[in-house]
Design a protein around this ligand. Structure first.
Ligand SMILES: Cc1cc2nc3c(=O)[nH]c(=O)nc-3n(C[C@H](O)[C@H](O)[C@H](O)COP(=O)(O)OP(=O)(O)OC[C@H]3O[C@@H](n4cnc5c(N)ncnc54)[C@H](O)[C@@H]3O)c2cc1C
Ligand code: FES
Length: 273
């Protein structure tokens, strides 16, 4: 019998982690392992309510359970935020291409992220950290609205700061009394960085306005548009290249992406909408 491509694998929530006032991470255990590549996405179903696409934020080396970090945006994400441990859910996928990590070998990997865009970046970072010596260095430049809005605070301010070969710098739009780091949008901490452009790739993920200005700054810094990887979010329905909801120029974001180089998509006027 032909398998129904829309049939999710049964799963349940085994843990819920509060990340910020609007973002929670859900540890989800499927009834069967779901191997995925970092940067691919899944459709998470809340039975009887609906489904939405999310990029797992956990390492692809762990396929028996995955972590999904969700910002409250509308109906389905609000209902998901109300879910507790034990809640049955469904997962279909993984879909899309993911990050071409093997092509980053020997290079400087320059990662720019903000807000819930740190979800795919966390999965990528966990993948890079597992083989950190394969890369010349990994540089992360992350922004949040306020210090409280950073997600993954424990690792971001703790463990990840101590890993050799990994350099993290953070900035906030608006400080509080305790913050002694940079204040300003994420592009304010890119300018002074010394990058071996000829031997570097950049990865950008975050709100569209941030991706737009970060991409412009990276091009100004000398990055070639084919070396800038963007994780694109378009409204999706089927996730498998059937419905056309996710079209970006000639591309289906669900099938040809969600990871594109700036070079692939820069000619389309609506890439940041
Ligand atoms: C490939 C991919 C990966 C994603 N990964 C994550 C992730 O890891 N974590 C996370 O929090 N969110 C992620 N998103 C966004 C997430 O899918 C949307 O926030 C979610 O679908 C909103 O559903 P809703 O029913 O709560 O909101 P709705 O009530 O449907 O809409 C609320 C608002 O969100 C907008 N919206 C709806 N669907 C999407 C969408 N697919 N992409 C962008 N905006 C949308 C609507 O236009 C509206 O403005 C991802 C989206 C894509 C396409
Ligand atoms: S979401 Fe249906 S074609 Fe991409």
């Amino acid at each position: 019998m032909v398998k129904n491509p829309y049939q999710p694998i049964n799963a349940h929530i085994v843990d819920v982690i509060d990340e910020s006032s609007t973002i929670k991470s859900f540890v989800v255990k499927p009834d069967e392992p779901i191997p995925f590549k970092t940067g691919q996405f899944v459709e998470l179903t809340l039975p009887g309510e609906g489904e939405a696409p999310f990029t797992p934020s956990s390492s692809p080396n762990q396929s028996d359970q995955m972590e999904i970090t969700i910002m409250k945006a509308g109906r389905v994400t609000s209902l998901l935020h109300d879910c507790k441990k034990g809640q049955p859910v469904g997962i279909r996928g993984p879909y899309g291409n993911g990050y071409p990590v093997d092509t980053f070998t020997g290079k400087e990997v320059y990662i720019v992220g903000g807000g819930v865009g740190l979800a795919p970046i966390r999965s990528l970072l966990l993948t890079l950290i597992d083989r950190i010596k394969d890369f010349k260095r990994v540089v992360c430049r992350f922004g949040a609205r306020t210090p409280e809005d950073f997600i993954y605070k424990d690792t971001l301010f703790g463990q990840w700061q101590k890993i050799g070969g990994l350099e993290i710098k953070l900035t906030v739009d608006k400080s509080n009394g305790q913050w002694d780091g940079n204040v300003g949008v994420v592009t304010t901490i890119l300018k002074s960085d010394d990058v071996d452009i000829q031997n570097a790739v950049a990865v950008v993920c975050g709100p569209p306005i941030m991706m737009k200005f970060a991409s412009m700054d990276l091009v100004e810094k000398g990055f070639k548009s084919e070396d800038i990887y963007l994780s694109m979010e378009k409204n999706m329905s089927c996730g498998i290249g059937k419905c056309g909801h996710c079209m970006l120029g000639k591309y289906y974001v669900c099938k040809d992406g969600p990871v594109f180089t700036l070079n692939q998509i820069k000619e389309y006027p609506d890439i940041w909408d």
